[in-house]
Design a protein around this ligand. Structure first.
Ligand SMILES: [Ca+2]
Ligand SMILES: [Ca+2]
Ligand SMILES: [Ca+2]
Length: 464
């Protein structure tokens, strides 16, 4: 590019940013190889002690103090990790009260029990800090995806009294054998079959988008209100940003079952792959025959494309590590690394659940929503993740894909213009030996390596 063109380009970029239009980094999420990072705001980082009313860290179902200011302060951490986009738990006001259940007071710290859709939850901050955080993320080249609730309001919210717009367990109207009209977990359900209800919900999120400047949405529980509302919302939000990203949460989707049908019905850019983690742990535990896993992986790669978000853990499921028998620390670390490697090479778009990059243990039940730990539980795990993230972003982990199982080892080979990459996995405790590209490699299982095959050498990308 000559100097004149550089100056012209700079002028274009400057004027775009003056107009408040970002130079399109979030477009990469649709077109390239994004890595997502999911955050439960209350459990991430407490950046503002002044909003810590009723915070009780001894209650696993209560508020723990994390807030939007905390995320703002940790942008440097996220940027260094290298993720492309963060998905934040809902920010709108939730019911103040609690539900007494199993001797614990359950609060709306997770954000899925909305009350006032036109306010930010006071425990998390206000519009000012939200917009500052958004700007900070954008400056670091990180897209901001907001999780939004459209299906229901919180328990005992003021919405219950509005029987024209809402059906509820207390006021009646729930139709339990109808996925769209049931009261999910007993929560008051919006009558989204009504146009005025849809218009209201679209308006509040359009207003939120104008204030928060998010680049995409995670649509919570969309199976329970259907594609009409999702489509109308997309039309409206696209008027503000035509490149807006839609991620649909539709329980149970997977590329080789109902995933493609849901993708075409709902026209979202991404869906979650709810199946991968069970295949993965099944194979690694020895509960699944290697041929089954191999044929699953090969078929999955063909159908998943980039549209399926592949995750090991989230806030709704027991941690994948709980699928395994108890292991010692060293073995657990190696199993975590194998799972992360397979997650990044299997195709689709990987999502890191906060803390995984540090080995934060995701356990059973409420133990899947632990407080973030910014230090490593296993030394070296974060660098392992950083390498995977950087390879994924460069496009090195996509291309011609072939899996096979030979002599007790799983091989995944990926070929693209940047080279040939091979992941080798030994799921057993016994040591295995193999020859790749003229080099003898020994793997003491369970463990995995990622190699790049060069013309005259074999390079170990992982472990370092
Ligand atoms: Ca706080
Ligand atoms: Ca509240
Ligand atoms: Ca519903």
């Amino acid at each position: 590019m000559n100097n004149r063109n550089v100056i012209l380009l700079c002028l274009v970029l400057v004027s775009l940013s003056c107009l408040g239009i970002k130079a399109g980094f979030y477009k990469n999420l649709k077109e390239e190889n994004p890595v997502f990072y999911q955050i439960l705001i209350d459990r991430f980082y407490d950046g503002d002690k002044t909003n810590n009313f009723r915070v009780d860290k001894s209650n696993p179902y209560g508020f723990h103090g994390g807030d939007i200011r905390g995320i703002y302060e940790k942008i440097g951490y996220l940027s260094e990790l290298g993720v492309n986009a963060v998905i934040l738990s809902p920010v709108i006001d939730n019911v103040d009260g609690y539900v007494d259940y199993n001797n614990y007071k359950h609060y709306g710290y997770h954000g899925y029990w909305p009350e006032n859709f036109e306010q930010i939850e006071k425990h998390f901050g206000d519009y000012r800090i939200l917009s500052r955080m958004s700007e900070g993320l954008h400056k670091s080249g990180i897209a901001y995806i907001q999780d939004i609730v459209l299906n229901h309001s919180g328990y005992k919210s003021f919405w219950e009294k509005n029987t024209v717009w809402v059906r509820s367990v207390r006021m009646g109207g729930c139709i339990e054998n109808d996925e769209m009209k049931q009261c999910l977990f007993g929560l008051p359900d919006f009558k989204t079959e009504r146009k005025d209800v849809r218009q209201y919900l679209i308006k509040v999120y359009k207003d939120l988008m104008k204030k928060a400047d998010f680049d995409g949405v995670r649509i919570d529980a969309m199976k329970h209100f259907g594609s009409l509302l999702v489509g109308e919302l997309k039309d409206e939000l696209s008027k503000i940003n035509p490149d807006i990203i839609f991620i649909g949460e539709y329980w149970g989707t997977a590329p080789d079952s109902n995933g493609l049908a849901v993708l075409s019905d709902y026209k979202t850019d991404f869906l979650f792959d709810f199946e991968f983690r069970d295949y993965l742990s099944g194979f690694l535990r020895g509960a699944m025959r290697p041929e089954v896993f191999v044929s699953y992986l090969n078929k999955r790669y063909e159908t998943a494309g980039r549209s399926f978000i592949v995750f090991l853990n989230n806030h709704d499921l027991d941690g994948i590590i709980t699928h395994f028998d108890v292991m010692n620390e060293d073995e657990e670390f190696r199993v975590l690394k194998i799972m992360a490697l397979l997650q990044f090479v299997c195709g689709g778009s990987p999502l890191i659940y906060y803390g995984e990059e540090n080995g934060l243990r995701v356990g059973k039940g409420i133990e899947n929503r632990r407080d973030m730990q910014f230090t490593e539980h296993f030394k070296g795990i974060r660098n392992f993740y950083k390498t995977l993230i950087s390879l994924k972003k460069k496009g090195a982990l996509a291309g011609k894909f072939l899996t096979e199982y030979k002599d007790g080892l799983l091989y995944i080979k990926i070929e693209n213009s940047s080279g040939i990459y091979v992941a080798v996995v030994n799921r057993e405790r016994a040591e295995r030996e193999t020859e790749i590209n003229g080099k003898i490699i020994r793997i003491n299982g369970p463990d995995a390596y990622l190699l790049r095959l060069n013309k005259d050498s074999t390079e170990f990308l992982l472990p370092h």
